[in-house]
Design a protein. Structure first.
Length: 383
């Protein structure tokens, strides 16, 4: 068979043209790729995006604006490309990149990422795979942020070098939240068509699979526990009203309809407005089985909203029962309902928890965590 040079050259030209078009139309890709060929690599941090407006991307935004700029650390964003590059300091937004370590653990790259949740005994096969791959490849990882002490200890059980693991909670942005007096609460409820006389309980967490309607629940987030707790409370609170936010809440909304409990689901386009939803609340409730944060713990405390939470995530490190919140064992539905009723009936306890919660939130802003991040990035980038 004769070799057709013209045909092969034509293919090569086509490939080169496709590459040229890709680089021309993606300046961030070109800029980030060229950084691998610098004489002095690791001078800045490349943050990789998951390509959706959710918690991980918001964490990157807050980290870069509130911490790295304060520390004088240079950084770049990956743009639409969801991958890092060799010979760079790459910060992935979550542990999920470990599903395919061969693709993301690049040669001579320094790799960092947050590991918020995903216990080895989880029933989620993806989380199991990520954890097992960390056990196998931890020598190629440079830094991990653990958001709470229980997760830190689980990460250390992989055999990773302890100096690589840094305990840094998921922080909050204080300027987004404020404590509402009676007038401010009334205006917030009016804005979102929430009954002024209602006893309003908030739940702003994504607890459905995927990014659609969320009719299939993520049981790790405890949406079934939330509904069972509401079912108990509705008998004692005739004016009970539930305020939901976040995507994929179909399972909970269907459950509330079946319970005949009124609710409003408001998914804000602009996260910076989330504080206005907290201003509508009497109580915020976390009913999860596992968590990395959630961010709602500090958000509710910063807003002066009494918190009832299961013993999960950052709550285990931050919440002291009847001091700055109510902490309940996982799946103890009766205790969750009792905690809500106690907050509503005991004004002295409620005020103590509110003030102590505000202090806890102030200690856990991004700015307050700057010294922790300074240690995290020491040795990850070259100054």
């Amino acid at each position: 068979m004769l070799f057709n040079f013209d045909e092969e050259i034509g293919k090569d030209i086509q490939i080169l043209k496709m590459a040229q078009d890709l680089l021309y139309n993606n300046p961030s890709l070109c800029r980030n790729l060229l950084a691998s060929f610098r004489c002095n690599p690791y001078r800045d941090v490349l943050f990789v995006s998951e390509g959706m407006d959710w918690v991980t991307n918001r964490e990157i935004k807050c980290l870069t604006e509130d911490v790295l700029e304060n520390l004088g650390i240079s950084w770049r964003l990956s743009g639409p490309q969801k991958i890092g590059f060799a010979r760079q300091a790459v910060f992935y937004p979550s542990v999920y990149f470990l599903r395919r370590p061969q693709l993301y653990l690049l040669p001579k790259a320094r790799i960092a990422f947050p590991y918020y949740h995903g216990y080895p005994d989880t029933q989620n096969p993806m989380m199991k795979k990520c954890y097992n791959n960390l056990k196998k490849y931890h020598h190629r990882v440079t830094r991990i942020q653990a958001s709470h002490s229980y997760m830190r200890d689980i990460i250390l059980d992989t055999g990773i070098e302890p100096s690589k693991v840094h305990l840094i909670p998921i922080a909050t942005r204080g300027e987004f939240f404020s404590v509402a007096d009676a007038d401010k609460k009334a205006k917030a409820r009016e804005r979102y068509s929430i009954p002024q006389s209602g006893v309003v309980i908030g739940s702003f967490q994504k607890d459905g699979d995927g990014w659609g309607d969320g009719m299939t629940p993520k049981m790790v987030k405890g949406p079934d526990i939330f509904l069972k707790t509401v079912a108990i409370l509705k008998d004692s609170l005739p004016e009970l009203f539930i305020l939901l936010s976040g995507p994929a809440r179909g399972y909970v909304k269907k459950g509330l309809d079946e319970l005949s409990v009124p609710y409003q689901h408001i998914y804000l386009e602009d996260y910076s407005e989330i504080g206005q939803l907290y201003n509508c609340l009497d109580v915020y409730m976390v009913t999860s089985r596992q968590e990395g944060g959630p961010k709602a713990i500090l958000e509710s405390l910063a807003s002066g909203v009494p918190l009832v939470t299961t013993r999960v995530g950052q709550a285990m490190d931050m919440v002291k029962n009847e001091h700055n919140g109510m902490m309940i064992d996982v799946e103890d539905i009766e205790a969750l309902a009792d905690a809500v009723m106690k907050i509503l009936s005991d004004s002295q306890l409620r005020q103590k928890m509110i003030q102590n919660g505000i202090n806890t939130a102030a200690e856990n802003t991004y700015s307050a965590h700057t010294p922790l991040w300074k240690e995290f990035f020491k040795g990850f980038i070259d100054s």
